[in-house]
Write a new protein. Structure first.
Length: 586
């Protein structure tokens, strides 16, 4: 017989109107139910649909030294959650830390990996297809005695199966990389800096920071040592990057979160730092679009300081740009988490109104997900003991009641790529407040400290009623597009089943060479498609350059375009689209 208890979350249908420049309360803090009333020493938050019913469930890991069982709350889809006690996912007791979920065997359901500390084994669970799990102790080698902080799935060699990287902060501090063999087993990779560097590593993020179609790795390290960035060379090997602002400073870093904060088509990053009861400044870096970064030191993200552990991006007000939450813990005095609102250009303002009470006993991981499927991201934060003598706290949950802004949610499904489409990049174009705005997201298995946002990709769309274009670049390199999509709905995009576009960088019959003030486009073979036109737009979607194409060499004048990021579209006589990002740096 199932051992479960049901509890009700009051998901109020209040819509609070506000302007972009004046904050008003958008969220209700949930104060009843076992999610927020069960005391625990928690670590990670994962908002994942583990039973494929279309609603994100809540998984929270617990990590006291003596060990504890994890929490699983199944979303009933009616504003209620069921506390699950008889699932193997929550029956093992250990000092758990981070967790990561993805479909490792491409069978259509989400599998799980939990790490532990204090020299204990890590835990790998296979989904049985109905939301129940079976622990697999044979799939991995060398995970029996670890001091692991977190783990993250990604397909680093683009073979269609997600691989795993685990960070360690004690014992043998070398991080662990496992290649998925495609048969339910994993091979430990021991070559390269990525598995031989020895730091006190905390958070990890797989991200394609240089937009070349493969997954790079950013690992943050504590004890005032540099963070490490590993560029994927595309041949299953990595190069450690030293000459980057991301890796030249030394803080006690706990985690990072990546998102396109300025809507220019590449991923920027926030690094959370903490000196254990000694505040440190957090770091905010803008991606310049050429693989280099610029630190933003006048942002409140940096100047507010904090004892910060986790962070996570989401467009909580659905105005067309990603906002940010940062959690704080292990600090003296009153501890409060930070919420920041984005103005659309990557500039953030502290928002103390949208969420009524962000005070915390001590916060660790956090994650965003639309728990009631109303199109507005909700927030769950894990709480832990601030000091050994502190009472056990309860976790925090905030329901977003939204506003009049529109939205779109996408389920991205891989076929040639891994089934979860981890690493896919999604671009959406819509007219927001009279301007064409491109937004970019990716599908990721880790955000901030130990946690994971919903795998359902969310876009806020402001005043838009139609999405002009959706472009999905899958890890395999294939690209799918949809056009003229209505807002306020959730749709699925499956690889190779939607209208296809082709990335210029992945086709053999086009060569593009940007040279100072002009773009040289060589159409080597004009068959079977006859190319008609090239269009260059800015990141807001405004058309800047249009010219006709012919077989052979074509030259397009870009001398009037300032340095920055642009989108190139090539169209054929039949309407087929070829797409690529152009970065101009003179």
């Amino acid at each position: 017989m199932n051992k479960y208890r049901k509890h009700l979350l009051l998901l109020l249908s209040i819509h609070l109107l506000f302007s972009h420049s004046v904050f008003a309360q958008l969220f209700t803090k949930v104060t009843t139910g076992e999610i927020v009333q069960t005391t625990s020493d928690s670590r990670s938050v994962n908002l994942i649909d583990i039973n494929n019913d279309g609603y994100d469930d809540i998984v929270i890991s617990n990590g006291p030294k003596a060990g504890a069982k994890n929490h699983l709350f199944i979303n009933n889809g009616k504003g209620t959650f069921t506390t699950i006690l008889d699932n193997p996912l929550v029956q093992d007791s250990a000092p758990f830390d981070g967790a990561t979920f993805a479909d490792i065997d491409n069978d259509g359901d989400i599998d799980a990996f939990f790490v532990t500390w204090y020299g204990k084994p890590n835990y790998f669970y296979i989904n049985n297809g109905n939301g129940s799990f079976t622990r697999d102790i044979l799939a991995f080698q060398d995970i029996s005695s670890t001091y692991s902080e977190t783990a993250a799935w990604a397909d680093y060699n683009n073979d269609g199966y997600v691989d795993l990287l685990i960070t360690n902060s004690a014992g043998d501090k070398r991080n662990l990389l496992f290649k998925n063999n495609g048969n339910g087993t994993f091979q430990r990779i021991t070559e390269g800096d990525i598995t031989n560097d020895s730091y006190t590593s905390r958070g990890i993020t797989w991200v394609d920071y240089d937009n070349d179609g493969d997954m790079d790795v950013f690992v943050v390290n504590e004890e005032n040592t540099p963070n490490t960035l590993y560029r994927n060379d595309g041949n299953s090997s990595f190069t450690r990057i030293f000459n980057s602002p991301l890796t030249e400073q030394s803080y006690s870093s706990m985690s990072s979160s990546w998102a396109d904060t300025d809507n220019d088509g590449d991923f920027d990053v926030v690094v959370s730092n903490s000196g254990f009861y000694t505040p440190q400044a957090n770091q905010y870096y803008l991606n310049n679009g050429n693989g280099e970064f610029t630190e933003v030191t006048d942002s409140p993200i940096h100047t507010d300081g904090g004892c910060s552990y986790s962070s996570s991006f989401a467009d909580y007000d659905n105005d067309g740009d990603v906002d940010l939450v940062i959690t704080n813990g292990f600090c003296n005095g009153t501890i409060e988490n930070f919420l920041y609102n984005n103005d659309g250009s990557g500039k953030f303002t502290r928002d103390t109104q949208s969420i009524p009470d962000l005070r915390t006993a001590c916060s660790y991981g956090c994650a965003w997900g639309d728990l009631n499927n109303d199109g507005f991201p909700d927030l769950v934060i894990a709480s832990c003991q601030n000091k050994a003598t502190s009472p056990l706290p309860s976790n925090q949950m905030y329901i977003n009641h939204g506003n009049t802004n529109t939205w779109l949610k996408l389920n991205i499904i891989g076929m040639q790529s891994n089934k979860s489409a981890i690493g896919a990049s999604i671009k959406v174009l819509a007219t927001i407040n009279g301007k064409k705005v491109w937004q970019t997201r990716d599908v990721s298995t880790q955000t901030g400290y130990c946690s994971q946002n919903s795998l359902t990709v969310h876009f806020g769309l402001g005043t838009a009623t139609i999405v002009d274009s959706i472009i999905v670049r899958f890890p395999s390199g294939s690209i799918s597009t949809l056009q003229n999509i209505s807002t306020n709905q959730q749709i699925s995009i499956t690889e190779n089943t939607n209208t296809s576009v082709h990335h210029i960088g992945f086709t053999r019959n086009i060569q593009m060479i940007p040279i100072s003030n002009y773009l040289q486009l060589s159409i080597v073979n004009n068959s079977p498609d006859e190319f008609k036109e090239i269009t260059i737009t800015d990141i807001l979607g405004s058309t800047l350059v249009t010219s006709m194409l012919h077989a052979g060499n074509n030259t397009t004048n870009i001398s009037t375009l300032p340095n920055g990021s642009y989108y190139i579209a090539l169209t054929t006589q039949t309407g087929r689209l070829y797409y690529q990002t152009l970065h101009i740096m003179r």
